[in-house]
Design a protein around this ligand. Sequence first.
Ligand SMILES: *Cc1c(COP(=O)(O)O)cnc(C)c1O
Length: 234
Amino acid sequence: MTTTEETPRTDPVAGLAAVRQAVDSACARAGREAGSVTLVAASKTVPPDVLARTIEAGHLVYGENRVQEARAKWPPLRERCPEIELHLIGPLQSNKAREAVALFDVVHSLDRASLCQALARECARQGRMPQFFVQVNTGAEPQKAGVLPDAADAFVAACKETYGLDVRGLMCIPPAGEPPEPHFALLAAIAARNGLPLLSMGMSNDYASAVEHGATHVRVGSAIFGARPPWTAA
Ligand SMILES: *Cc1c(COP(=O)(O)O)cnc(C)c1O
């Protein structure tokens, strides 16, 4: 694990270029087309002036963890650049479904029926349908969000058939301090047997390996923007 605490804040535009390059090299090693991986720049705690620079440099896909933070930061940036694609990569409370549907183009954290129900209602009400990833708790960690691997097939089917949500893929956050590869492989296997083409996996420490295991979306923060101030998951 890299400790980023003492690393000075990198230039985010250079950080982006370096990560993009590493993603493309991993694609080449895996015999995949360059550009077959979407780099979601994980921008929690990153201030708008820094984001304005990476947007200016041409990067348009961002992931936020909290509805509240996204609501505060992104509407003005999007007004200046409507092509921005905003992803919710953190957990979502059902009572924030309305705002989430209004703000986000893609939600990576679908993991329970009550949330599906709230989202389906909002999608109908707003006439807007984000794309969804189902989050799978591949390490079956008690504190972690996501459906258990054994429950994933039935949950994916319910998301689509019962709730009519546009589920495109699966997402995972492997347990800290373990090799992530078995988790990437498990996620890919569950997606394949459910006919889901997209895989959201890989963060700053392991995105190259995730790409070699088939990631279509990597969520990378500190490798682009530098160390974050202390941040606790909601
Ligand atoms: C913060 C975060 C990331 C990015 O983490 P880094 O290690 O900074 O790249 C990716 N996914 C989720 C869900 C996150 O919360």
